[in-house]
Design a protein around this ligand. Sequence first.
Ligand code: GLN
Length: 199
Amino acid sequence: APVIGVLALQGDVREHLVALAAADAVARPVRRPEELAEVDGLVIPGGESTTISKLAVLFGVMDPLRARVRDGMPVYGTCAGMIMLADKILDPRSGQETVGGIDMIVRRNAFGRQNESFEAAVGVKGVEGDPVEGVFIRAPWVESVGARAEVLAEHDGHIVAVRQDNALATSFHPELTGDHRVHALFVDMVRANRTAESL
Ligand code: GLN
């Protein structure tokens, strides 16, 4: 089974570990460069993107992470994790950096105060069957994507799921629903990449 890390600096790490295990991956927390070097793919969880960014720099994993993403390691970011994968943030806080990897501009907390948290059915390209139950918690949306990024889902006319090559990002949190189809999609991406690398 592929070994998939969850960046464990802040955020809903445990829920992703559970969802990945349910999707038949070997899941483990990643905090240090040595741990990052041992995984076939990585999830960046939801939480607070400025905090994750600052801790990633502090723990010395920001640059190794950028290097691995540039080399094509599959990576999946939810919510704050989506923000971390954006090449550009519309309204970054001071000291906030991203890993990048997806040519998109994200707007933090885009769905607003009134609806800080809501759920909605979201059809996701590549996920068969019923729409996914999208859990949005002070969620970002994607303002715009570049030519290489593929939009996988929209909600209310706003982009909420994107894929570019081996990088996947959702505004919402499939790890909180018990429906592991989005994680299964990511595990498939990791498997396909392992196969390609061993050829
Ligand atoms: N609003 C948070 C941020 O900007 C993201 C919220 C979440 O991950 N649930 O990082």
